[in-house]
Design a protein. Sequence first.
Length: 294
Amino acid sequence: MPTAIAVTSADLVLPPLDRGTPPAAVQPLDTLEQSLNGMHALIEQHGYVVVLYPAPAIGPAADKPDVRRLRTVRSVLESDRIALLGIDLPPLGLALLAQQLRQLSMCDFSPGVLASAARLLAHYIYAGALLGSVAGLDRVPVSMKSHAKSWMPGAQFAVLANPRPQLVRVGEEELPGPEFGTRLLVAAGQPPSDWVTASLAPAWRVQGVADVPLPAESTRWWGTGRLAEFAAGLFDVSVLYQLVSSVRREECHWCGLELIGDRCGFCAAPLPPPPELGQARAPAATRALPRGRT
């Protein structure tokens, strides 16, 4: 069975793009006992579990109760097969990332590569929102001028949180979009607006638009209920596969799993720094030894 992909609430589970995309699990569950039993079942069935959750705005100390529950579950089970990944994306962007990992879980990637691919794929997700007010927005820098304008009747702001934060007033500037083919997800709140589909989608030259429900966490994340959230990202599994497979793979020096990037997704151990110049010039016979032998 493929590596299980899990999220912290059911509204972060997007519909599969095809019949081959496995569903996402939801963790934690209502009680600690249910969470323990559910996670144990996922490990027994899939071998490894990758859990995505929204990274707190002010560091690990601000983790929500559900994240603390997940850490408790991993500790009680004493399992090194659970990756807990706090991702700094808005809720809809996180749901899109989970969908991408679900697609890739059917490929031949090892659990370690799949977990560490989350940070790579997040860089290619354009996540933002159309806001009726930025007075409560603390995730993206807001100037005093924008704060003042947000009190004007009918004011609307287009905000990009990832990959590079940016805020513009609708009708005055445009948000920079991706330079590659994407599919756009739109989750309309109150009041609804067609600006995302009528203006942003054509400007970004997206290859498809899908309406999805607004995640419950979105209102708190963006600081207002007057919003329409959007997220654009890669959707073709062959392109996603090529992106991940093009990155050099390493072996985690702590847990032994494969990884890409500079940090293991399961044990969080960083990749060791490159060897010093003197070590790099070790005798040829030593360099020829198989890894793990002396």
